[in-house]
Write a protein that binds this ligand. Structure first.
Ligand SMILES: Cc1cc2nc3c(=O)[nH]c(=O)nc-3n(C[C@H](O)[C@H](O)[C@H](O)COP(=O)(O)O)c2cc1C
Length: 194
């Protein structure tokens, strides 16, 4: 790795008006300001069918999964804005991660997709807890596939009031904590020299 960590940023929601996409875009800007090379990926641009072992056996990795797998492999770390569904992570995140852990035809040319890499997690939700509960299983899932998830995380409640018209965070303290999270991810990625 050079001194400029490559960080891939995405949200766990496909919908256009997603609060977590707004948050992910903020993360992307902050990471860039703090010295990372950033790629923002909108998972809506890469629709992948729900994982089905028969589909995999018959056709292999779907084309969009192959594209995303290559993109993930090319980065040193991830920053994820993850909505919470029923106290857990969204099927979009789970399905994406599941497909990308499967073997693909390009694997010999690829760096590892997850193992040894870093991640920072944040969330926002209209509710008071801001999606905090969903970050717990996501942290567990990522740790289980070898990702170093930084200890800090940020859940922003009251999503409907949390953003200004130009997409910034209305609360300065929250904005500061999000910047700290971005800094922590960059520092950890540099320290691990991925
Ligand atoms: C199936 C489903 C389950 C949800 N469960 C929760 C929940 O457990 N906690 C919560 O704070 N919000 C929950 N919500 C509300 C979401 O936080 C809200 O729809 C949010 O805007 C989704 O994120 P997005 O704006 O990035 O798409 C749920 C929404 C859906 C569709």
């Amino acid at each position: 790795m050079s001194d400029t960590p490559k960080i891939l940023v995405f949200a766990g929601s496909a919908r256009d008006a997603s609060f977590n996409k707004k948050l992910a875009k903020l993360c992307a800007g902050l990471l860039e300001e703090e010295g990372a090379a950033v790629t923002f990926v909108d998972l809506k641009d890469y629709p992948i069918p729900l994982y089905d072992g028969d589909l995999e056996a018959g056709e292999g990795l779907p084309e969009h999964a192959r594209t995303l797998k290559r993109a993930f492999a090319e980065h040193d770390g991830f920053m994820i804005a993850a909505p919470e569904y029923n106290g857990s992570l969204t099927p979009l995140i789970k399905n994406t991660i599941d497909w990308l852990t499967r073997p693909g035809p390009d694997d010999d040319d690829l760096r590892p997709v997850y193992r040894g890499k870093t991640a920072a997690l944040c969330s926002t939700s209209p509710g008071a807890l801001g999606g905090l509960r969903g970050l717990i299983p996501l942290r567990l899932l990522l740790s289980g596939i070898g990702v170093h998830v930084v200890p800090d995380q940020l859940a922003i409640g009251g999503a409907m009031q949390a953003f200004t018209d130009d997409g910034a965070l209305a609360d300065d303290a929250m904005a500061g904590r999000l910047r700290d999270l971005a800094r922590s991810l960059i520092a950890t990625t540099r320290a691990l020299n991925i």
